[in-house]
Design a protein around this ligand. Structure first.
Ligand SMILES: [Zn+2]
Length: 400
């Protein structure tokens, strides 16, 4: 049974002034180490220490595995199937949905994501992310910590000077990152849509504002331009050839590949996506053909020396809260060792977001973003589907 301190936290959901000692059969630190029978001590929202010989335990998680909360570097936190006709809705288009409906769906997505063990997301992005980010930040809504690009830059007709202005506007509006589309969708071939000059302008302006740039790019040419412009991460990169993977690695840029969940969710919910515009029958066929290519690229990326791989699921309508399914597929289908996969979704993802000194590790001084899963994910990665304990910033959001 759990102690009085645990009950108090569980009932109030607030951070305790007194230290809280949480024990589990295994503690993964998010950096590749595992400690048996260890206790993590949390105080005032932060991790104080890992104690291998704790005498006092407030919360005993038994045979569970305690680890840093998951970090997803690519989601669309507001996207949902709407009430009108069950179709995918980004909340900002011409489908006529009311703002309050969109906001509540976004809050629901945030809740599902947190309950699924993800304590930080980067949303790439939509204007609705901002009030959601700020409400969660105020502590009034349960959800993951949100970083957002707000409105992505997608107009390929903008001149380099207009691109710079678009970056400045996003920065002034409160964006945490710049998201730009530099290639076509995988559904239309993934060819480049922006010139080197346009990408140089975006990345240069973002750098001067201290912002990272996440670039949607599928084909090798678009990826090379983005990397040479100095972007932070390549999102998707499904069609990258080996020379391009080598270039990404050499320039220290992050690759954020997807091999399963985004595709599977589209196929499972095909009728909810088909709209004759972004999603057509031909587009779905193209995605089916792209899936083995994306897997091949991911496996080549794993073998590319020094290539930094992040963990972004592209979670959208239908896949919020299922984020860890992508990680499971990286292990089960992609062949990545379980510990490596977990590191990509914790300390590595934190580093990709520029938060490597604050989140993603169980270490003194880090935010107390902790989850526990039933069993041992190093033996069976499917354990990540059984998240039974979630703490964010020292506040318990879910308990066994
Ligand atoms: Zn996306």
């Amino acid at each position: 049974m759990y102690g009085a301190a645990f009950l108090f936290v569980a009932l109030t959901g607030s951070a305790l002034a007194d230290p809280l000692a949480i024990r589990a059969a295994r503690v993964l630190d998010g950096r590749g180490h595992v400690l048996a029978n260890a206790t993590v001590v949390v105080d005032d929202g932060k991790i104080v220490r890992i104690d291998p010989h704790a005498k006092h335990v407030d919360i005993d998680l038994g045979d569970r595995t305690l680890m840093p909360g998951g970090i997803d570097t690519h989601v669309h936190i507001g996207w949902h199937f709407d009430a009108k006709d069950g179709r995918s809705d980004a909340g900002e288009d011409d489908r006529g949905e009311k703002g309050e409906e969109a906001a509540l769906y976004a809050a629901e997505n945030a809740y599902k994501t947190l309950m699924g063990g993800i304590t930080t997301v980067q949303s790439l992005g939509a204007p609705i992310d901002k009030p959601l980010r700020d409400a969660i930040g105020r502590g009034v809504l349960p959800g993951p910590r949100i970083l957002t690009a707000l409105e992505p830059i997608s107009d390929d007709k903008l001149t380099p000077e207009q691109m710079r202005a678009a970056v400045r506007k996003a920065a002034d509006d409160g964006a945490d990152v710049i998201k730009v589309f530099a290639s076509q969708s995988i559904r239309t071939g993934g060819g480049p849509t922006l010139s080197q000059e346009q990408l140089d302008a975006i990345c240069g302006e973002a750098k001067s504002r201290g912002l990272r740039v996440a670039v949607h790019a599928h084909g090798s040419e678009s990826i090379r331009r983005a990397v040479n412009a100095g972007c932070t991460s390549i999102e998707h990169g499904a069609l990258a050839d080996q020379a391009t993977l080598d270039l990404i690695a050499a320039k220290g840029v992050w690759l954020d590949p997807q091999i399963d969940l985004i595709f599977r969710n589209y196929f499972e919910n095909k009728e909810h996506f088909l709209d004759g515009k972004s999603y057509t029958a031909a587009g779905f066929k193209a995605m089916e053909e792209a899936l083995p290519k994306a897997m091949k690229t991911f496996q080549a990326a794993l073998k590319t020396p020094k290539l930094k791989i992040a963990f972004g699921t592209d979670a959208l309508a239908g896949s919020h809260g299922r984020n860890f399914q992508e990680l499971e597929s990286r292990v089960r289908k992609g062949g990545q060792p379980a510990m490596d996969a977990i590191v990509t979704a914790t300390s590595a993802a934190a580093e990709c977001l520029g938060l490597g000194d604050r989140i993603g590790s169980i270490a003194p001084g880090y935010e107390a973003d902790l989850i526990a899963v039933d069993g041992d994910p190093l033996r069976d990665i499917g354990a990540l589907e059984h998240v039974s304990f979630v703490m964010k910033g020292g506040r318990i959001a879910k308990r066994p």
